[in-house]
Design a binder for this molecule. Structure first.
Ligand code: I3S
Length: 130
């Protein structure tokens, strides 16, 4: 399995491995840097952890995998399937925050990314009422 998800209180929770890249920071376009990420949705916050491949030599998998790289506030964010011009990869989601930061989320197995789409969408919806 690539992760888990469950309904905890009113906030949806999920964690798993996906590929991600940040593409815009506060409206400013960024160069893509695709990497695998242990991705956790908890309490309306999505956290992407650093790709263990980018960790310094000698760092153990376990410790490097849990270093947060980006935290994304889902309140006021939007998620949708990315248009073809955004990436040559398949199954790509586009996540845009209220602060105009943008991320692409991707995984070759369609059901994995479809689950993330649904869970992020549900979390965004729930946060509207907070
Ligand atoms: O949208 P782009 O700029 O064509 O994205 C590709 C590039 O970021 C490329 O890296 P460099 O041009 O920095 O060497 C990446 O290797 C590709 O993966 C990017 O495109 P995809 O289509 O994979 O998102």
């Amino acid at each position: 399995s690539t992760g888990f998800h469950q309904v905890h209180g009113h906030l949806l929770e999920k964690a798993g491995i996906i590929n991600k890249t940040k593409v815009a920071d506060h409206g400013k376009k960024m160069r893509k840097n695709w990497g695998q990420s242990w991705t956790v949705l908890h309490g309306g916050i999505l956290t992407f952890h650093k790709d263990p491949k980018s960790a310094p030599a000698g760092t153990t998998m376990k410790s490097s995998q849990i270093v947060p790289e980006y935290t994304v506030e889902l309140k006021g964010a939007s998620v949708s399937w990315a248009s073809k011009d955004k990436s040559s990869k398949k199954n790509v989601l586009e996540l845009k925050t209220r602060q105009a930061c943008e991320y692409l989320l991707q995984y070759d197995t369609e059901s994995v990314i479809a689950d993330w789409h649904r869970v992020i969408q549900d979390a965004i919806k729930q946060l509207e009422y907070d």
